[in-house]
Design a protein around this ligand. Structure first.
Ligand SMILES: NC(=O)c1ccc[n+]([C@@H]2O[C@H](COP(=O)([O-])OP(=O)(O)OC[C@H]3O[C@@H](n4cnc5c(N)ncnc54)[C@H](O)[C@@H]3O)[C@@H](O)[C@H]2O)c1
Length: 128
């Protein structure tokens, strides 16, 4: 893979794993489009990476229409699109908790971090 020709959309790209990938790609000559919901971090990331290498697109990845529209805009900005890096932190404690306990979550709200931490340290409930 020639990283200098990489034109990547990175979801969750303004923080953590996504930002680290963006920094790596840009340092090697690639271009990135950062899809995220955090405007402040988006501005900071673009300032760090350079406006000709990176652009922030406010995108909630759970909104298909937003993603579709911004993919087209990202492709225009980068002069192509050949990679997608998915790091948006949408699989939070609820998914982990449900997977661990092999159950379906009836609530759309994830449990609080303390609930998740407590659950992860507790023995798995016996099947009924
Ligand atoms: N950091 C790790 O070691 C690690 C290990 C395994 C799995 N993960 C998972 O990888 C993902 C990213 O981890 P991270 O440490 O980079 O987290 P992070 O919180 O630093 O970054 C996640 C980014 O996703 C963005 N985001 C959240 N909801 C969004 C949405 N609906 N649309 C677009 N962007 C959204 C946030 O604004 C944030 O910038 C998480 O789901 C995490 O659970 C992380």
């Amino acid at each position: 893979m020639k990283i200098d020709t990489t034109r990547a959309v990175i979801t969750g790209g303004v923080s953590g794993l996504g930002l680290a990938v963006a920094q790596h790609l840009v340092a090697a000559g690639g271009k990135v489009a950062l899809f995220d919901v955090n405007d402040d971090k988006g501005a900071t990331a673009v300032a760090e990476l350079g406006e000709s290498n990176a652009r922030f697109f406010r995108t909630d990845v759970t909104d298909e229409a937003q993603v579709e529209a911004n993919l087209a805009a990202a492709k225009d900005f980068m002069g192509g699109l050949n990679a997608a890096i998915n790091c948006a932190g949408i699989l939070g404690a609820a998914a982990c908790w449900a997977a661990r306990h092999r159950c379906r979550c009836s609530s759309s709200r994830p449990p609080s971090w303390s609930t998740w931490s407590a659950a992860s340290m507790s023995p798995r409930p016996r099947p009924t």
